[in-house]
Design a protein around this ligand. Structure first.
Ligand code: ZN
Length: 191
C-alpha cells in the first residue's frame, strides 16, 4: 500500500517518493471532497497521486499496471494505444488529461476557487472552468491521436457556440497542447 508521509509527501510501493508543497496538498484535499482529483509529480518517472474525499486513495505508478479500479471501465482487455481516434478519447489518454488539468490548476491558476474541469464527448474534450462555484464553457479540443496536436475551438459567448476560426486575446497560446488551450482560455476569460 502507498504511504503518506506527513505533511506533504507520498511513497509509492516501488519506493518512489513524491514531494509537494503543503499548500498544494491542502488544496487537493479540499478539491477532492466530491470527486477524485489527480496530482502528478514532476519527477522523470512521473507518479500521480489520487485524492478522494480529502484523502490519498491511490498512487498511479509508471512501473505498475493500473489498479483494478481504474480498469473497471474497460472490462475486456487493456485498450490498445493505437485505437482509432474516431471512437473517442482512450481511457489512458483521459488519465493523462486529468493530470495535466490538475497540474495547471494547482501550478498556474493557484486559486482553488477557479479550476478547469474536463468533460468528454466522443473525440471531444471540453474544458469548462468552475469559477467561484459557477461552471462556464471555455474551450473544446478535438482529439487527433496525438497529445501535442489537438484542434482548438474557443467558446464564443455572443454566438453560444464553439468557434475554431476566431482571433481573441490569448489565441496565440493555443498551440495544440492542452496546457496551451488552458492558457488561451485564461487570457480570453480571466478567472
Ligand atoms: Zn511507483
Amino acid at each position: 500500500m502507498p504511504k503518506e508521509i506527513f505533511p506533504s509527501s507520498f511513497e509509492c510501493d516501488c519506493g518512489h517518493q513524491s514531494d509537494f508543497f503543503e499548500n498544494t496538498i491542502r488544496e487537493m484535499r479540499a478539491m477532492s471532497q466530491k470527486k477524485k482529483v489527480y496530482l502528478a509529480d514532476s519527477a522523470p518517472e512521473e507518479h500521480t497521486i489520487v485524492f478522494y474525499k480529502g484523502k490519498m486513495v491511490e498512487i498511479q505508478c509508471p512501473k505498475q499496471p493500473p489498479s483494478r479500479e481504474t480498469k473497471k471501465s474497460s472490462p475486456k482487455s487493456r485498450p490498445s494505444k493505437k485505437r482509432s481516434t474516431t471512437r473517442g478519447i482512450p481511457d489512458e489518454v483521459k488519465t493523462d488529461i486529468e493530470a495535466i488539468v490538475q497540474h495547471f490548476n494547482t501550478t498556474a491558476i493557484r486559486n482553488p476557487q477557479c479550476v478547469y474541469v474536463a468533460r468528454y464527448k466522443g473525440k471531444f474534450l471540453y474544458l469548462d472552468r468552475q469559477d467561484y462555484g459557477r461552471l462556464h464553457p471555455i474551450c473544446r479540443l478535438e482529439y487527433t491521436g496525438k497529445m501535442e496536436d489537438w484542434s482548438f475551438a474557443i467558446y464564443k459567448y455572443s454566438d453560444e457556440r464553439y468557434e475554431e476560426e476566431w482571433f481573441f486575446p490569448g489565441s496565440e497560446h493555443a498551440d495544440g497542447t492542452i496546457k496551451g488551450a488552458m492558457k488561451a482560455g485564461l487570457e480570453a476569460y480571466p478567472s
